[in-house]
Ligand binder design. Structure first.
Ligand code: AMP
Ligand code: MN
Ligand code: MN
Ligand code: MN
Length: 291
């Protein structure tokens, strides 16, 4: 049985393992197919692609930050051409705003007497914050680690709860793309997409992506819903599988592994081979990478 995991992060965004290590862990976890889906960047794909053993398939991807009426909606994007100008421009904008927003959160933290520095956050993120196309993306998990180091939280979760979770005293919002427009941009770049963890949309009512939005995303060409995700309980997974069936799209399942940040868990949720085939069939932007 082919084992497929379509959502993972490396140190190029907020995961803790390098792209090469993510591939090693995926192989060790018995996976045959892995999508590397760092936040708003494909900067880790090249390194991961150099490490593929024979018979292993890497799906080039990313998790795109979108926003709808103040809540965050994440879109898993696969097999698009990252150089397609409209999409590339949008990605540069999202990444550069991530950096300014992180700086704003550092300012707020310091106003509250938390001794984090921008230099240290950049170090943890492994990022120079120039706007060049393959820059690492800075995210709140990097800030959370700096807050823990500064002694203002017990652990990453506590840093979110106390300081930088949505609505927290040092939280700042950031630029993100309209989800329907995002689907259009990715499809126009030859890619395909799946709605990431729809039961965990930070800032929305019940933490859930509204159905009317899901319908419009499907109408724009989104081919799947990630019903199987570690943050969904059984009822949520069943509910979102039902939504996918009703809308005639595929169900994906994945680990959303972030290395030691989440606990290593590649392969803890998987996607059925038939679902994978159907999802990627329309993609034309860039090929699957085989070892
Ligand atoms: P950002 O994209 O910078 O807004 O940060 C969002 C990321 O932070 C998510 O992709 C998760 O990896 C992580 N995250 C969000 N909320 C929490 C939380 N309450 N505890 C720990 N990690 C979180
Ligand atoms: Mn993340
Ligand atoms: Mn996400
Ligand atoms: Mn993710």
């Amino acid at each position: 049985m082919t084992r497929i995991d379509l959502h993972s992060h490396s140190s190029v965004s907020d995961g803790t393992d390098t792209p090469a290590e993510v591939v090693e862990y995926a192989v060790a976890a018995g996976l045959d197919v892995l999508a590397l889906t760092d936040h708003d960047t494909v900067a880790g794909i090249e390194e991961a692609a150099r490490k593929l053993p024979a018979g292993f398939t890497l799906v080039p991807g990313m998790e795109l930050s979108c926003a709808y009426e103040g809540s965050s909606v994440h879109l898993l994007c696969y097999l698009f051409d990252p150089e397609e100008p409209d999409l590339a421009e949008e990605l540069r904008r999202v990444r550069s705003d991530r950096a300014s927003r992180a700086e704003e959160m550092v300012r707020k933290l310091r106003e509250h007497g938390v001794g984090v520095t921008w230099e240290r956050v950049l170090e943890i993120a492994g990022a120079g914050h120039e706007e060049h196309a393959d820059a690492n993306t800075i995210g709140r998990p990097h800030l959370a680690r700096a807050i823990v180091e500064a002694g203002a939280a017990r652990d990453v979760q506590d840093a979110f709860d106390r300081w930088i979770g949505s609505g927290g005293p040092a939280y700042a919002s950031r630029y993100a793309i309209d989800p329907v427009r995002a689907v259009g941009l990715v499809r126009a770049a030859g890619g395909v997409c799946s709605l990431a963890h729809p039961g965990r949309a930070e800032g929305s009512l019940n933490n859930t992506v509204p159905l009317e939005l899901v319908e419009r995303m499907v109408a724009a060409g989104m081919g799947a819903i990630e019903a199987d995700h570690p943050s969904h309980n059984r009822a949520q997974a069943r509910y979102w599988r039902g939504v996918a069936d009703d809308l005639g799209v595929v169900v994906t399942g994945s680990s959303d592994d972030h290395g030691s940040l989440t606990g290593r868990r590649l392969g803890c949720r998987t996607t059925a081979p038939e679902a994978f085939e159907r999802l990627v069939a329309p993609a034309t932007g860039t090929p699957l990478l085989r070892g």
